[in-house]
Design a protein. Structure first.
Length: 289
């Protein structure tokens, strides 16, 4: 039986980063991925509990954009008053496991776990999200697309932690939708998931961001679809999504949940459905910038 290691629950970010500098730790936030991956009745190794760090909490809007602390839980995101552009993120938040998982799981944990099927990643990619990383020596910021580097792999350096997710002001424009496909409606790992953010101007697509998850080693933006739909009349936009553009961008996975061919076709159809929905369902008070 493996022996339990050290456990620390620092009360501030400075203390937490000092501990990270001294030795490697397994970081614990919501624990909804860490505990199942342990495969034991108790966590082993050195555990750094982040739940006491107020600096990693809160959702705040500033001139720079929207900041979501790394330890903000999915239930908080789902229930927050946010711009229509973040509707896809809130829809994803309501589909991350069951209610118990949503009450415990955090946005930072979802990103650092770096599952190819992480529901939170496509909506954040469609928002142009960036991540704030902190260490005892410095802070840095990078695009989310560069942070998740592969299955269970991130750009975190030794002694560094994810502090927050930032949505730039440009990402707060428009409105969005999230759609996922699984073997059943709830409590399921996605076979394919799609987030679309659309900015409308005078009945046409002024700007568009499309991201697909669970189909490749990492979630991806689909630039060819975005280019094809820009300036299209809203009523015609969904019909311009071509299966071959989606398949070429994804290099889709072939595994126990679905074949690569099925995933590519499913992703294209989900994109069409999300675009069609956005074309007709403009929420009251929505502003596309």
């Amino acid at each position: 039986m493996a022996e339990a290691g050290a456990y620390e629950r620092p009360g501030g970010l400075t203390s937490a980063l000092a501990l990270l500098t001294a030795r490697p730790w397994r970081m614990l936030a919501g624990g909804t991925d860490l505990y199942p991956m342990t495969g034991a009745r108790a966590l082993v190794g050195d555990i750094l509990d982040l739940t006491g760090l107020e600096e990693l909490r809160g959702i705040t809007l500033s001139r720079e954009g929207l900041r979501i602390g790394a330890c903000v839980r999915w239930a908080e995101i789902a229930g927050a008053s946010l711009p229509p552009a973040l509707a896809a993120l809130q829809q994803a938040a309501r589909e991350v496991g069951g209610r118990q998982i949503q009450n415990a799981g955090t946005i930072g944990g979802n990103l650092c776990n770096a599952s190819p099927a992480a529901d939170g990643v496509p909506p954040l990619l469609a928002l142009g999200a960036e991540v704030q990383l902190a260490s005892a020596d410095a802070a840095r910021r990078m695009a989310l697309a560069d942070f998740v580097t592969g299955p269970r792999q991130t750009a975190l350096r030794p002694g560094e932690m994810l502090a927050a997710v930032v949505i730039p002001r440009a990402g707060l424009m428009g409105r969005s939708r999230f759609v996922k496909l699984g073997a059943r409606k709830y409590l399921v790992i996605s076979i394919a998931s799609v987030a679309v953010r659309l900015v409308e101007r005078e009945g046409r697509v002024a700007d568009l961001a499309v991201a697909v998850g669970a189909c490749s080693a990492v979630a991806r933006r689909i630039a060819a679809v975005e280019s094809a739909l820009r300036d299209a009349p809203l009523a015609e936009a969904a019909a311009r999504v071509r299966d071959q553009d989606v398949a070429a961008a994804l290099a889709p996975l072939d595994d126990i949940r679905a074949t690569a061919v099925y995933r590519a076709g499913a992703a294209a159809e989900l994109i069409r459905r999300a675009v069609a929905d956005l074309a007709v369902a403009k929420p009251a008070g929505d502003s596309d910038g």
